[in-house]
Design a protein around this ligand. Sequence first.
Ligand code: 6PG
Length: 472
Amino acid sequence: MGENTYRFGMVGLGVMGRNFLLNIADNDFSAIGLDNDPEKANALEQEASSGHRIKGVTSSEVFVRLLETPRTIMLLVPAGKIVDDVIEGLIPYLDKGDLIIDGGNSHFSDTERREKSLREKGLHFLGIGVSGGAEGARRGPSIMPGGSRDAYPRVKSILEAVAAKVDGEPCVSYLGPKASGHYVKMVHNGIEYAMMQLISEAYDLLHRGAGLSVDELAAVFKGYNERKLKSFLVEITASIFTKKDDLDEEIYLIDRILDKGKQKGTGKWTSQHALDLGIPIPTIDAAVTMRQLSALREDREMAADLADRPKLEETRADKAIMINAVEDALFFGFIASYSQGMALLQAAGSEMNLGMNLEVVAKIWRGGCIIRAAMLEDIMKAYRKDPGLSNLMMDPHLSNEMERCASAAREMIMFGTRRGIPLAGLTSAMWYFDAFHTSRLPMSLVQAQRDYFGAHTFERTDRSGTFHAEWY
Ligand code: 6PG
């Protein structure tokens, strides 16, 4: 390694890029960052722990000149056109064999296009999903790489060093060619949306439905996190319920936060592509829809006075019973969410030749990422036993767990529905489960109607072939 050159380059020194690069330097790889903003470039050097080689620059030319060859350059910039602009800006300074890595939440179709066009220019490209937010990037994210298989060995040791570890094993593994990494990250985010929606419904059931105070909610979610629901999202939920408002120590911050969901689009992309592939993911869809519905705040405020709403205070339930039932219902919903996301990955993997191994995906999601959860151990085992499993609900252990929690989930759906508490996520998980576990759906009637008005034909249960009836 040249004394004056750097092993790893990062373009974009916003909080994610800076933290990821500091993590790399902490692991004894020399690192250089590029950002147009001189303050960000300086801040990088100031934040680095002593004894590590790290430098911030503002010129692309200097940045590229100071990189060890063949060069390794990662981008952590906002997804979209900026990624193309940065790549275009770098290309004139690069040599054949250099590697560009996009670590943002890029749409997989953009990653596919970029990988192909850079390959044609003799450059390598990896699209990698990075999950864990700012803290994860600094202390150990889950990393989902896909793209150039030839170039991966060049960054393997760096990514393994910076990634989160579970039982000493790094939460990173090469997932497959083309856009495998970004596809897996997109579905990770879809599952993230579903789990967050389900947790928010659990909050609604317990808070408005059973009358638990915010204090009580903090204790209940802390308890949940000690059992089968153990996960990052349940853990931070317990912590959120302990936070007081800085402006008023008497008030919990949660009670001051506007109930308008925002989104950057990764959940919606998951739903859009699942529709294209014909793979049902209703709990993820419901989560996207509920963010959209919540955003219609003005309409909701006006409509709230139009309908006579059930009086929640008059029909409160026993708190202890509710706390147990919600725990089971939430677990039921979590299994349904992972099942939907994994079924989509299974289908997309074969349809698009992405080559992902779902046991490995579950393994690298166990630490560092937003959807890390104890139950991923069981998911990993399910795919180890049967790598071709088309749906996790067909794994005997997970199927038993769902069956065991289904009656509590049904109780909670009935409880919520009677009281007008919207449970889009939990209800969708239930009908997904029910529809999946029946060998006879009323779709026979839909087929008959299609044939009646449009001669679209139907298949029969007793004979093979395609049929049309003279209905009238
Ligand atoms: C992660 C997160 C991260 C980001 C989401 C937020 O894995 O670290 O998923 O990527 O926080 O994209 O997405 P929304 O703004 O759409 O909720």
